[in-house]
Ligand binder design. Structure first.
Ligand code: DGL
Length: 259
């Protein structure tokens, strides 16, 4: 595989754009092909088999384009089928999972109360159960499925501050924030709400997402393979979507520029 080949990245829709923005920022020489599957979003309310079918179809297209790595910028798709993708493709497949370890480690041995916001599928799959098992004895963990936050992004309502704020409050308005240490944004769509979380929570509450860690992981893997783009490469991003309507194309651009 040539180091100048692009990196394929996809999500059920617009959420993965937050990961794409992190990739552009941290690895600016890389060429990125981003695909949002908005015509089939949300994934969080589908079955693992339905999601696997979509992921194979998207990733097969990326392979035909000669990508050197695949980033599954979606916690839900990762939960449903990352291992199947690793079996099927011979390029590195980087997945995402809620950054619960980062949130718990912040306590440096002190018991933490962590809210994990994610899609219903992510929170029901065995991958998350295994993650919970590692931390639940020493920490208080509250899983919170928030499917409407995904639709708030996909519909474009996120671009209206009052509606975006209200969507967050509808799930999080009832917490006693002084008894909470961190909120993990375990769905890439939720990263678009970061400023509303910051506005709502007192300073003692950390708002944590897995985007930076995912790109760091990608960097380590490509570096080990000698597949990082040359440092004189210009880099860039091409954004595509399964919904090719002008409204969705414009929404993709508007959301990417918000980041
Ligand atoms: N962005 C996705 C995630 O990280 C899933 C959103 C959805 O389609 O339900 O889990």
């Amino acid at each position: 595989m040539t180091s100048a080949a692009p990196i394929g990245m996809f999500d059920s829709g617009f959420g993965g754009l937050t990961v794409a923005a992190q990739l552009r920022h941290d690895m600016p020489h890389e060429e990125v092909l981003f695909f949002g599957d908005s015509a089939h979003a949300p994934y969080g309310l589908k079955t693992p088999d339905e999601i696997r079918e979509r992921c194979f179809s998207i990733a097969d297209d990326f392979m035909a384009k000669g990508v050197k790595a695949l980033v599954v910028a979606c916690n839900t798709a990762t939960s449903a089928c990352v291992e199947d993708m690793r079996q099927r493709y011979d390029v590195p497949v980087i997945g995402m999972e809620p950054a619960l370890k980062v949130a718990c480690d912040r306590g440096q041995g002190v018991r933490q109360h962590v809210i994990v916001a994610a899609t219903p599928l992510t929170l029901h799959e065995h991958k998350f159960a295994a993650l919970m098992d590692r931390f639940t004895l020493d920490h208080d963990i509250t899983p919170l499925p928030c499917p409407d936050l995904v639709t708030t992004v996909e519909s474009g309502r996120i671009l209206d501050e009052a509606q975006a704020r209200e969507a967050v409050r509808s799930y999080f308005g009832g917490f006693d924030w002084h008894a909470v240490d961190a909120v993990v944004l375990g769905c890439t769509h939720f990263v678009f709400f970061r400023k509303y979380f910051t506005e709502m929570c007192p300073e003692n509450v950390a708002i944590i997402d897995g985007n930076q860690g995912t790109i760091r992981h990608l960097h380590v893997i490509l570096e080990a393979l000698g597949d990082l783009a040359p440092s004189d490469a210009t880099g860039g991003i091409t954004i595509a979507n399964s919904d090719t309507s002008p409204a969705v194309t414009k929404r993709s651009e508007d959301l990417f520029h918000l980041l």
